[in-house]
Design a protein around this ligand. Sequence first.
Ligand code: ADP
Length: 643
Amino acid sequence: MSKKTIEFKTESKKLLDLMVHSIYTNKEIFLRELISNASDAIDKYHFNSLTEDNLEHRNDYEIYLDVDKKHRKLTISDNGIGMTYDELIDNIGTIAKSGTLDFLKNMKGKDLKNTDLIGQFGVGFYSAFMVSDKVEVVTKSPYSEKAYKWVSQGEEGFTIEETEKDSIGTEITLKIRKNHDDENYDEFLDDYKITELVKKYSNYVRYPITMEKEKEVPKLDDEGNEIEDKFETVIEKETLNQMTPIWEKNKSEVSDEELNDFYKTQYYDYNDPLLNIWTNVEGKLTYKSIIFIPGKAPQNLYSEKYEKGLELYAKGVFVMDKCKELVPDYLRFIKGLVVSPDLNLNISREILQKNTQLTKIQKNLEKKIIKRLEKLLDKERDQYIKFWKEFGVNIKYGIYDNFGINKDLLKDLILFETVNEDGYITLKEYVEKMPKDQKDIYYGSAASKTAIKASPQMDRLKSKGYDVLVLTDEIDEFMISILNEYEKHKFKSINQGDLDLVDEKEKETIKSLETENKDLLEKIKESLKGEVDDVKLSTRLTDSPVCLVSGEGVSFEMEKVMEQLPGDKSGHQKAKKILEINPQHDLFKAINHMYENHSEDLDDYASVLYNQALLIEGLKINDPVEFSNKMVKILVKASKTGE
Ligand code: ADP
């Protein structure tokens, strides 16, 4: 095969351009990226060798660094899985990771400094071009007869050709740029700097990262004794990283700081974790685990690209990076590892899914995490609120998911803002604070607490001193509908159905008023031409003239959420719209008057009132121009009659 020149795809070119012109100030992380690719490649080799007969079992895994100052070259070699011709083109020649590029382009300089974008979005390999103007990859895969050489100077494209390589693995050589202006590249050719970077970023990589170093040692005489003041230079291979797995130590020997550092390097985070949970279980099933709850939710937590999972080690040997069977969906944000001597090394991914030991570990860890969160809520409220702000939505999802199977486990972890309280409260606290005559737990859905506070539906609840939970997340009402009740108290939406807030006597009064005004209510409904399902006199309003509520079942907020879901919407249930009118309000009296006098203005009033109710509810009005015209007409008329 002769040498081929291939152009980069458009996205790759753009990304490369960004790298070459180095928008990212933290250039030194290129080494971490390449070492972590090398470590991944060794993982892959190792994993495959467990299940494939024709791959030799090995125990000489190594990542080898070589500095050639004279030719300004830095080489990172590994004896991992290597790449075939196609893999070289697909993996390194193309950046197909959609989203990454858009994201990078939209970031401002300041944010770039603070965010570990390159780690998060996996543009890893390309970071080599931040420090290097020519990158050469020589690689041999066990699945290919031949070895290949890939060379690129950034910009346009790369060449690829056959080459000789004795052993399986990959060798990446960077031609380090020359210093210019205040940009120092020489440091990446300095043994000490490289050692420092490895310790800083790659200390816990589980394979030895080695480098040959010149050392001054005392000269020996023929009998092997040191000669005073005489030294000679020898070259020694040194392992730069610490490797000793942190979980092999006793928990008491590991300081919080060490554990935080471990978390940060291992899981590419700039922030300390919020908490760690260290478990050591011995018995029928023996395992150790260290779980971290991050301090901040990763930016891609809710994207498809995010993979949940814990690192899995069996008999001290690394098995895989993201074992998702260990993490229930709603705890997808946790990081950490599980080590168990009981697990068989020869586990393939298919077997993992059915592995009962893993399921047991998962269940135990889940319980442990929830216990720990309960303790945090109980003892360190501020920290728990921090957790809640970052990850609360996941807990809500956990309640809703799987038809509520976990709701009892999780219901006391939910925090709510409420209309009466300044901070957050739990359901337990809400119930404890309920006035004696309050039976139900009230909640309102809107974009904000202020909107709920101001909504007409609050009128009577306010006067009774009942507190109202404020729901603002999309998932909230779905979660509430799954919870259904808390300690026998039903949940009631202030925007929905019958609130049952008045006593029997008042009910009777409203009922008879309704019978009395049956024709008027019917007439308003008619004039709204099918816009509402019903028009009623309200028991929940005291000061406001009207409000819109939904019937039992689907609420307005749920309807909005379901509208946003992809796919066919024809089967979705709609919220039932009920217009409620306050019989005590002067406006009702005015309408009543119009009706009795057969006034033609009644239609306009009905329409304006309905549209107002829609607006208060945060719903769209059908025809804003018509609404505004009608308002003007009413105002002009009122000003003329001096009413
Ligand atoms: P990521 O590591 O996030 O997938 P990179 O751009 O760093 O993104 O690497 C792209 C791909 O190139 C990797 O997924 C891997 O398949 C391949 N690759 C990179 N470095 C090596 C290596 N040293 N050995 C084998 N494959 C590698």
